[in-house]
Design a protein around this ligand. Structure first.
Ligand SMILES: *Cc1c(COP(=O)(O)O)cnc(C)c1O
Length: 233
């Protein structure tokens, strides 16, 4: 694909997604400015990522720490890099200095390690706890009951701000199941926000197939990959 047609294709995809986001916000009376589109670039080519950057997009998500680091190194610091995939504690010092948000914290041990690294770097970092709302065995994430029982320990970190919760709906789920997973995340967020200390303003939920439902259920960050890069292979 030529660079021009790649630009055109991604520009068209981006405009279509933005329009769907606007429509979903309209349906539920939300301000489109409340929802950030994180472009998930894990399967995208370098040229495609570059094209998206040149189109003015600035929020990019990667699921692997090494790829996040490699890509972040090639772009100006104005780009906001979101880590959305599984993180091991031994990669904490790799990702803390370059991540704008980490969406995928799934244990107290990982949270504490990130807190420690952020402290060493004299940095504050805003993060999400990933919750396995659907309870699928194959999924990462805290069990909802574990977040509840560990909340006091979670809330004791000093260099991190937990800004909200993240989840993934089951891939094969019907629309109703998907919606109930998003509602479940929102309810859990409301309950935890009540306990303090953080207001937990954010919900990271919704991917290519279900971001409109996620917006209707309160998503503030949606993570979209395949529909953004479709036709760019
Ligand atoms: C890959 C991925 C996405 C994007 O999924 P698409 O269906 O390609 O939009 C979102 N969130 C996470 C955690 C992912 O790993």
């Amino acid at each position: 694909m030529t660079t021009t047609s790649l630009h055109d294709r991604i520009g068209t995809n981006l405009a279509a997604i933005r329009e769907q986001m606007r429509a979903a916000c309209n349906r539920c009376g939300r301000d489109p400015g409340e929802v950030t589109l994180v472009a998930v670039t894990k399967y995208a080519s370098e040229d495609a990522v570059r094209a998206l950057y040149e189109l003015g997009h600035r929020d990019f998500g990667e699921s692997r720490p090494q790829q996040l680091a490699a890509r972040a190194a090639r772009y100006p610091s104005e780009v906001r890099w979101h880590l959305i995939g599984h993180l091991q504690r031994n990669k904490a010092s790799l990702v803390v200095p370059i991540s704008y948000r980490i969406h995928s914290i799934d244990s107290l041990r990982l949270l504490r390690r990130l807190d420690e690294v952020a402290g060493t770097e004299s940095q504050r970092l805003s993060v999400f706890l990933e919750v396995n709302v659907s309870g699928e065995a194959s999924k990462d994430g805290y069990a909802p009951s574990a977040v509840m029982t560990e909340w006091n320990e979670i809330a004791a970190v000093t260099n991190l701000d937990v800004i909200g919760l993240m989840t993934m709906a089951p891939l094969t789920a019907d629309a109703e199941t998907t919606r109930s997973v998003f509602q479940g995340l929102r309810r859990l967020r409301d309950e935890l926000a009540h306990r303090g200390p953080w207001p937990l303003t954010d919900l990271s939920m919704g991917m290519s197939g279900d971001f409109e439902t996620a917006i209707e259920e309160g998503a503030t960050y949606i993570r979209v990959g395949s529909s953004l890069f479709t036709g760019c292979e």
